[in-house]
Design a protein around this ligand. Structure first.
Ligand code: SF4
Length: 502
């Protein structure tokens, strides 16, 4: 698949990859229907969409692409994000500021607030246009913060009125002499928020990454991540490699030097698929095509592929052997304590594939998972990145594998069907519902917590810690009720409404 960086607007996930947000069945069936090595159900369309999708009659709550732009472009340390939107689109910035500050602290970077400006589009602007407000906001951003770049996030409102954001950005760019980067991320444009990751990365690729690098940094690896602790530096350091963390918490210069790096990796193919593929396509920076680094099987394969690409096979084998010897006794101690427990993973798509593998590696039963969308293929189209296929081949099937964009009313049925001892989440809004059912949640705020060899130990210890709260959650369940009608509470099929509507 050739990515088109010539246009200012990114192609959505559903256009490029056939992304779906509604599906229910076994993990193996979903893998069979997906476009990777396992099958090609072309019954649903001619381009990318190959998996038949369940479409619900309404959405109870979700997030949008624009919000993903907030938490990526808004977290670049020496840039400013302008939200060309009504003020309400910025409501999520409160939590994003807290996540950003925590992330900086965990990484040992100077703690600062996010720097964003909303153009606060109102009724008058919807009639007469908001271009002047946008130009003024760019001027304010430059005066207040002296940024190295300014990003402009579009919104449903600016998309509806059709403001000429490109012209405003180009004029400002020649006036201020820094990249002014429109990111086309109108919430209505894509049914899944992960298109917002791609919109940010598209803008960075077009206007920040150095196009004709004069040098190559052969020991530099781009690591596409969010705010997690620095687990990659020690791991890659064993191979004599340096880490260039992008996009969150990077500087504009760190983004610019991505084209000089030797290779690109990520902790999650959902996040990194677009940027890594485009860096390879445009600049020859090789994308590591291997399973994600979770569990023994994934981490071994990932390290070996990285070593092959960078010519560091001996160091990698030595490191792998040492880590196996170090971690195995720790896991032998943990497994008896975790025996008989059942976990449920409710996270982003590729990340869930990795976490289920880790849970099974440490002896925890998993027969259900909710992933917030599903990409039948990633942008590389390389079967070595088939994270769902890797899970099934190495750790077996998952009986109740659900794709759903985080609908609370469905989450109730999903948990009732599986009755787990705990859930693992990254989007904390799901935890209160689980708590009302007496189920403790492990919120993986640090997305690197379960990564690599040490990640198996970390996750095992977190499960034991979370289960200390079991009685507290049982007490909550005894005292609260859910706001749903009895007919829905008795419903066994989480997609009953979607099936009735189709
Ligand atoms: S961009 Fe659209 S969907 Fe996203 S927060 Fe704003 S109004 Fe809502």
């Amino acid at each position: 698949m050739v990515l088109n960086l010539k246009t200012s607007s990114v192609e959505t996930r559903e256009q490029r990859l056939g992304t779906i947000i509604g599906w229910d069945g076994t993990a193996s069936k979903l893998a069979d229907e997906s476009a990777f090595s396992r099958g090609d159900c072309s019954g649903c369309g001619t381009k990318a969409r190959r998996v038949c999708e369940l479409e619900g009659p309404f959405t109870q709550g979700s997030v949008c692409s624009e919000q993903m732009v907030e938490c990526q472009a808004g977290n670049i340390r020496d840039a400013v994000l302008i939200q060309h939107s009504p003020i309400g689109c910025g409501a999520g910035q409160v939590i994003y500021n807290s996540i950003y500050r925590n992330g900086l602290a965990m990484r040992g970077l100077p703690v600062q607030n996010i720097r964003f400006i909303s153009t606060n589009l109102r009724e008058r602007d919807m009639v007469y246009g908001g271009a002047e407000k946008l130009a003024e906001a760019i001027r304010l951003a430059v005066e207040r913060h002296q940024p190295k770049a300014v990003f402009i996030a579009t919104s449903c409102a600016s998309g509806i009125i059709g403001d000429d954001i490109e012209s405003v950005a180009r004029t400002a760019e020649s006036e201020f002499g820094i990249p002014i980067i429109p990111l086309h991320c109108e919430g209505f444009k894509s049914k899944h928020w992960s298109t917002g990751f791609d919109a940010t990365q598209h803008g960075i690729l077009r206007q920040i990454v150095r196009r004709n690098p004069e040098k190559r940094q052969d020991d530099l690896i781009n690591v596409i991540n969010l705010w997690g602790t620095d687990v990659f530096s020690p791991m890659l350091g064993e191979l004599g490699l340096r880490v260039n963390y992008v996009v969150d918490m990077a500087t504009v210069e760190e983004l610019a030097q991505m084209s000089e790096a030797r290779a690109t990796v990520s902790f999650c193919y959902t996040l990194g698929t677009y940027l890594a593929t485009a860096l390879e396509q445009e600049f020859g920076v090789e994308q590591i095509k291997a399973p994600q680094p979770y569990g023994f099987a994934g981490t071994d394969a990932w390290l070996r592929e990285l070593a092959r690409v960078t010519g560091r096979g001996a160091q990698a084998e030595d490191y792998i052997a040492r880590e196996h010897a170090r971690v195995k006794p720790l896991l032998d101690e943990l497994r008896p304590k975790l025996k008989g427990l059942k976990g449920y993973v409710a996270t982003g798509s590729a990340y869930s594939h990795g976490l289920i593998g880790v849970l099974r590696e440490i002896g925890v039963e998993v027969d259900g998972s909710l992933v917030f969308h599903h990409d039948p293929v990633y942008d590389s189209e390389d079967p070595r990145q088939d994270s769902l296929g890797h899970l099934i081949e190495n750790y077996g099937d998952v009986r109740h594998f659900t794709v759903g964009n985080r609908q609370q009313y469905q989450f109730y049925n999903l948990l009732q069907r599986v009755k787990p001892d705990f859930i693992i989440i990254r989007h904390n809004g799901l935890a209160p519902l689980a708590a009302r059912l007496g189920i403790p949640a492990i919120p993986l705020g640090d997305e690197h917590h379960a990564l690599g060899y040490q990640g198996m130990v970390n996750l095992g210890e977190s499960i034991l810690a979370a289960l200390q709260h079991r009685k507290f959650h049982k007490d909550i369940a005894k005292r609260v009720s859910l706001p749903y009608k009895q007919s829905w509470l008795a419903q066994k099929d989480p997609f009953a409404l979607a099936r009735a509507a189709s």
